[in-house]
Design a protein around this ligand. Structure first.
Ligand code: DX5
Ligand code: ZN
Length: 221
């Protein structure tokens, strides 16, 4: 019943042309911008921080920016991303010393808050914080890199999560991240996801310099 949302992950964009890349996916029909923050500590890769989020806002991006924090610790970066114009901020519960406090920090800053579950992270982290969540993000790969294969067990976990969210009565989005492509998105949606991160499937399309390079792949999703 709720509308589906496509969230291109700029991890696979051309960083030398980032503003243009984001403009092009939004013009092609993307709903929100997925912004992967990696710290070479919580995950074995290093990406971009609040300055780049701010730069996208200054460039004129008005779409929601969905900040996926793969960092430890989390609280200082939550504050910095609120200041940088983030719309949604999600973090991995095992990377936070005080999960409830980190969630409240996000909402107190006027952003939507979410928890991220790695493939083997138990859903029990949802216990006792459902009322503080706007989004649950299930990783369908191990975090750190784009271009990995979708882990099929995620489909069962999506069904379990969907059941829990529906039973809670709260309005919480269910996002999936990793290995989502035109070929499997229908199956992922049927398992209960409503928000779909796609990095390589979108940005590795041919002729990325063409402003319309992403139109057909996003239309098919
Ligand atoms: C992985 C990131 C993902 C990644 C997805 O740690 O969280 O957002 O960019 O990339 P694809 O869609 O290529 O699996
Ligand atoms: Zn991500």
């Amino acid at each position: 019943s709720r509308p589906f949302r496509i969230a291109p992950s700029i991890l696979s964009a051309d960083f030398a042309r980032l503003g243009e890349e984001v403009d092009n996916v939004l013009a092609a029909g993307a709903d929100i911008v997925h912004f992967d923050v990696m710290d070479n500590h919580y995950v074995p890769n290093l990406t971009i921080g609040p300055m780049v989020c701010k730069a996208l806002r200054n460039h004129g991006v008005t779409a929601p920016i969905d900040v996926h924090l793969m960092v430890k610790p989390v609280d200082q970066l939550i504050v910095d991303f609120i200041d940088a114009g983030a719309s949604i901020i999600t973090f991995h519960p095992e990377a936070s010393d005080h999960i409830d406090r980190s969630l409240q920090l996000i909402r107190d800053g006027g952003c939507q808050a979410g928890l991220v579950f790695n493939p083997a992270t138990p859903l029990s982290y949802l216990d006792y914080v459902m009322d503080k969540l706007d989004m649950v993000l299930l990783m369908s790969v191990n975090p750190g890199f784009g271009g990995q294969a979708f882990i099929p067990q995620t489909l069962d976990k999506l069904r379990d999560t969907r059941a829990r969210l529906d039973a809670s009565g709260y309005d919480i989005r269910l996002e999936v991240d990793g290995g989502v492509k035109v070929e499997n998105i229908a199956e992922v949606a049927a398992a209960g996801a409503d928000t779909f991160v796609a990095g390589s499937a979108i940005f590795k399309a041919k002729n990325a310099n063409d402003p319309h390079a992403y139109d057909s792949v996003i239309k098919q999703m």
